[in-house]
Ligand binder design. Structure first.
Ligand code: PLP
Length: 500
């Protein structure tokens, strides 16, 4: 490695990124390229001779940037944003710079020990029960994503019960979630060998604000037991993907505990908010669960990938996932004094992800991290007020965190359509509801096509709503107000066009 050349190229990349962020608002938020665009711009095989960083950066600017959807744009209000901050980004650089594969303690002690330390720090910030911390005989691990966290915990739950009942019982194991549980749960269950017929998706309704109803869970469990099946695992969600609904943890966990099931709490998005006491109460009951995860790479200023998973009994994970090949044998492992994180995850090699989280926690401090969450919730509330002020719109689902689900109010659509003599008696309620949904979908499409803001949608309880999620590190009140203006402008034209 030539240190001077490394410095020169490194500075160029930092300059490139600094310019990118300086100009990020100039790009259309959603990329406008057509599928297959890149193969028309770049050669179809790797170069035979080396190319300069200048040439490569030129191509990034010309061909890659236009194909980006700008997730860090302050006008990005779609999905759940990916975490971003200067400390987080620099932590990633350090991680790649050291490039250690800390699969066990011996392979890079600092990687393991910092991860354990940071997971306890973060667990304390979230006020997790001490039983989830290393200092309380539990422990935390950084996974790539929630799907991996669910696969690992579901595997442990499966093996724990099969060790007792025998392998043949696998066909009888049943897992439970709601119709709002993230699809990664279904994928995990498939991978872990749960019979697809034993995957329970319990319907949610308005009566529980689309949280999982404890009564419904109990009824489904009873009916499964009556059929000779074995309840295994409940995935409860705090902050569902579509509308940030919250499953009531305490009653759900009590039921699951009664039947000896494993409970995993998926707070992928909303978990970050639990560093604020006013949101922490939403995970009350977590002390009765077996595992808890959230993605620091969503709302805690940490770049992808960083899913934080805590367990009360990490040995259950180790029993299912440990391997012991000759080439990894070492005294530290034999002493049983160390954590070998390879046995807490799917893959062997692992990145030094704890560094970026450590940088974020230290560079911000508890106080500023809380301000970050509260600022976003305040901006979402502000957006909600703008929605309510305009009589043509309504908030479609209750706000819990920093996301507003809104839509053009059915009455605005129906009034509008009556003028256009489309609405006639032969059209029933279902037709009207569909028409309202279609109009809102058209509005969202128009907003996104403008390039000035990016939002996504949810379809829950038959209602199509536009999701406006505040999560970007660069977003300010000005961006929120501007996004609302874009919505209003397009609502005018969408409603006008529906009249004809
Ligand atoms: N769970 C919830 C509640 C989510 O909202 C998401 C993604 O948005 C996931 C799980 C999936 O997370 P990952 O991409 O880390 O697997």
């Amino acid at each position: 490695l030539d240190p001077d050349e490394f410095r020169r190229q490194g500075h160029m990349i930092i300059d490139f990124l600094a310019d990118y962020y300086e100009n990020i608002e100039k790009y259309p938020v959603v990329s406008r390229v057509e599928p297959g665009y890149l193969s028309k711009c770049l050669p179809d095989s790797a170069p035979s001779d080396q190319e300069s960083i200048e040439t490569i950066l030129h191509d990034i600017d010309q061909y890659i940037v236009p194909g980006l959807t700008h997730w860090q744009s302050p006008n990005f209000f779609a999905y759940f944003q990916t975490g971003f901050s200067i400390p987080g980004m620099l932590g990633e650089m350090l991680c790649s710079g050291f490039n250690v594969a800390g699969f066990n303690w011996f392979s890079s002690p600092a990687a393991t020990e910092l991860e354990s330390l940071v997971m306890d720090w973060l667990g304390k910030l979230l006020d997790l029960p001490t039983s989830f911390l290393f200092s309380g005989h539990g422990g935390g691990v950084i996974q790539g994503n929630t799907c991996e966290a669910i696969i690992c915990t579901l595997t442990s739950a499966r093996d724990k019960i099969l060790r007792r009942l025998g392998q043949d019982s696998i066909t009888k194991l049943v897992v439970y979630g709601s119709d709002q549980t993230h699809c990664s749960f279904q994928k995990a269950a498939r991978i872990v060998g749960i019979d697809p017929q034993n995957f329970r998706t319990i319907k949610t309704t308005w009566s529980t604000s689309f949280g999982l109803s404890p009564d419904s869970l109990r009824n489904v469990i009873y009916s499964d037991i009556d059929r000779g099946l074995i309840p295994l695992y409940l995935c409860a969600t705090v902050g569902t993907t579509a509308i940030t609904a919250v499953d009531p943890l305490t009653p759900l966990c009590k039921i699951a505990n009664e039947f000896g099931m494993w409970v995993h709490v998926d707070a992928a998005y909303a978990g970050a908010s639990c560093i604020c006491p006013e949101y922490r109460k939403l995970i009350n009951g977590v002390e009765l669960a077996d595992s808890f995860s959230f993605n620091a790479h969503k709302w805690l200023l940490t770049p992808l990938d960083c899913c934080c998973l805590w367990l009360k009994d990490p040995s259950a994970l180790v029993k299912s996932l440990s391997t012991d090949p000759e080439y990894l044998k070492n005294e530290a492992t034999d002493s049983k004094q160390v954590v070998d994180y390879k046995d807490w995850q799917l893959s062997l090699s692992r990145r030094f992800r704890a560094l970026k989280l450590w940088l974020v926690l230290r560079s911000y401090g508890e106080h500023n991290l809380r301000n970050h969450i509260r600022n976003h919730c305040g901006l979402a509330k502000f957006f909600g007020e703008l929605v309510v002020e305009d009589g043509r719109f309504e908030i479609a689902f209750p706000r819990h965190f920093a996301m507003i689900c809104f839509r053009i109010h059915p009455s605005a659509v129906i009034d509008n359509m009556t003028i256009g003599h489309v609405l006639e008696n032969r059209h029933g309620e279902a037709w009207k509801a569909e028409e309202v949904n279609r109009l809102n979908a058209r509005l969202l499409e128009a907003v996104n096509a403008s390039g000035r803001a990016f939002m996504t949608h949810a379809l829950v309880g038959g209602i199509y709503a536009i999701r406006f999620c505040v999560g970007g590190a660069l977003v300010t009140e000005r961006h929120v107000a501007m996004a609302w203006k874009v919505v209003q402008e397009h609502a005018n034209s969408v409603l006008a066009s529906a009249r004809h």
